[in-house]
Design a binder for this molecule. Sequence first.
Ligand code: AMP
Length: 308
Amino acid sequence: MSKLVIVGTVAFDAIETPFGKTDKILGGAATFIGLAASQFNVDASVVSIVGGDFPKEYLDLLSDRNIDISGVEIVKEGKTFYWSGKYHNDMNTRDTLATELNVLADFNPVVPEDYKNAKVVMLGNLHPNVQMSVLEQMKEKPELVILDTMNFWMDCALEELKAVINKVDVITINDEEARQLTGEYSLVVAARKIHKMGPKYVVIKKGEHGALLFYKDNVFFAPALPLEEVFDPTGAGDTFAGGFAGYLAKTEDLSFENMKKAVIYGSTLASFCVEKFGTERMTGLDTREVHHRLQQFKNLTQFDIELA
Ligand code: AMP
């Protein structure tokens, strides 16, 4: 098993979907990534920042799952990063209503000493300079660096983002963001362009339509499990990334074949995340449920066909 470093936001989110509305609840990319990765019992550390307004119980949710939180800085007099979003009726698209960086505006991440030799690094969604700083602190070159990002950073820090994209092995972004990053409508052409920017592996998430993994001339597709209830898609992308990174850290096999399995694990965990508001579903999830759903996934996608 490899050590895993996760950097990303730990946040307050306020969410509105066609099914309801929340006040400030626990959110943040690193929170969702950490919860998903914890399914694999990996030795993971979250590097982030919160304000004095952040409840200790929220951090306990991570440490109770054996995630090291010594790299989460608490700025007593500061306010925690806050994000608010409203989903459209199709639940695949959303508007950001507010992004308040607060303590994130002056965040200098510090990777805990014990994790500076981690073999897997998951750069969750936040300012590309922060992502780069984490990479620069690693003592040895990690075997696998995965990057997740979003349109917000393409709009306000594109050059810095391109610099960090150039240093990673895998990028996970959604279809809209892949199009924005490359100016290409076709996701195949977009993936090819992103390969040229650095990452050997390109994962394009398509919400309820699954995810594509591109590697050289190979493409692998994992559908999303058709669900009866989608309550709140917030964090699905991060949960996918956390499942993907956690599985690879656990198995230490970085072949394309194993990456396919990592995509399946990521999709399976994301399918739980959307069933309740915020982190609620992920904090109550047990291994039996995950295995049951993996079996459903297999049944959904396996078929025998005779090619005469
Ligand atoms: P996802 O639905 O996977 O795109 O991730 C949603 C999570 O990302 C929420 O919990 C937010 O707190 C967090 N988030 C939203 N905007 C940003 C941003 N600009 N930078 C970092 N994290 C963000």
